[in-house]
Ligand binder design. Structure first.
Ligand SMILES: [Zn+2]
Length: 275
């Protein structure tokens, strides 16, 4: 079996032999027991903090499994299905624990529009979970800034609340391929931030359409999320990029919070790579 991914050392195709993948130069990548491969090169993994740690992954998994973000997930699936007219290679760049990867893969498959699916994330814990959850998706630990895929491999690239690497997305997409970017709007989770910080900042403005792409549509998903358990509130906070930047005193403010209503405001941009 040939991997969707390529060797990060030489760019060669990876073929499965036993429980490992080898390129033609015999660079070897062992498959983890959950089924993913680690293609992060040592100079990338030497960073002190790379990706989300196990607790953060667990929090996000517990939270997402309760369906709080199902509205966004279903919107993505429907919109993508409308853009796709042939069997497609899907790549989720910054897939986390695969929540959106699985859903989009499943909806493509149900319409006979799936050719292959892959997900990458720099967090090994996230990829391990995603891989365990299955769904005919190949997963690799890798950086979105250095995606181990040949040029023009993907028909669809997902980038959901993940770092943008627009040059890489351009490189791996086929001409005419679809780039889907989801990002927080100004007031996303504002009330959650207000519960933690004396001064809660709004999110930055909307990302611009990357060079080489044409926007074909955009959408805003807005709803009010109501939480009635402290676990859910804490899990949501741990999912956010603010978590690691927040001191212990501010984090403590969440400990006694039993209920919360907060804005969910997410933008989705659909762009096509220009031919
Ligand atoms: Zn190689």
């Amino acid at each position: 079996m040939r991997s969707l991914f390529i060797c990060p050392n030489c760019g060669g195709s990876l073929e499965k032999e036993g429980n490992s993948f080898y390129c033609r130069n015999r660079h070897c990548f062992d498959m983890a027991k959950q089924g993913y491969i680690n293609l992060l090169q040592s100079n990338q993994s030497s960073r002190k903090h790379h990706g989300d740690d196990r607790m953060m992954v667990k929090s996000r998994r517990d939270f997402l499994e309760k369906g709080f973000y199902a509205g966004l997930r279903d919107r993505l699936c429907d919109d993508i299905m409308h853009c796709v007219d042939k069997p497609s290679v899907l790549v989720d760049a910054g897939c986390g624990e695969g929540y959106y990867t699985r859903a989009v893969t499943q909806s493509l498959k149900s319409k006979g529009a799936l050719s292959a699916a892959g997900g990458i994330d720099i967090s090994k814990d996230a990829v391990a979970y995603a891989s365990k959850a299955g769904g005919e998706i190949q997963y690799a630990v890798a950086s979105v800034f250095d995606i181990p895929l040949k040029d023009e491999t993907a028909d669809i690239v997902l980038n959901i609340f993940a770092p943008y690497a627009t040059d890489e997305f351009f490189r791996i997409l086929k001409p005419g391929g679809l780039l889907v970017i989801a990002y927080p709007l100004e007031n996303h989770l504002l009330e959650l931030k207000q519960a933690v910080y004396d001064e809660a900042y709004k999110n930055d403005s909307i990302p611009s359409v990357p060079d080489g792409f044409r926007q074909i549509s955009s959408r805003e998903v807005r709803q009010t999320l109501c939480f009635e358990s402290n676990d859910d509130i804490v899990n949501l906070f741990r999912m956010t990029p603010y978590y690691y930047k927040t001191g212990a005193d501010d984090q403590k403010k969440l400990e006694n919070l039993k209920t919360l209503e907060t804005s969910f405001e997410v933008g989705i941009m659909y762009c096509k790579k220009q031919v």
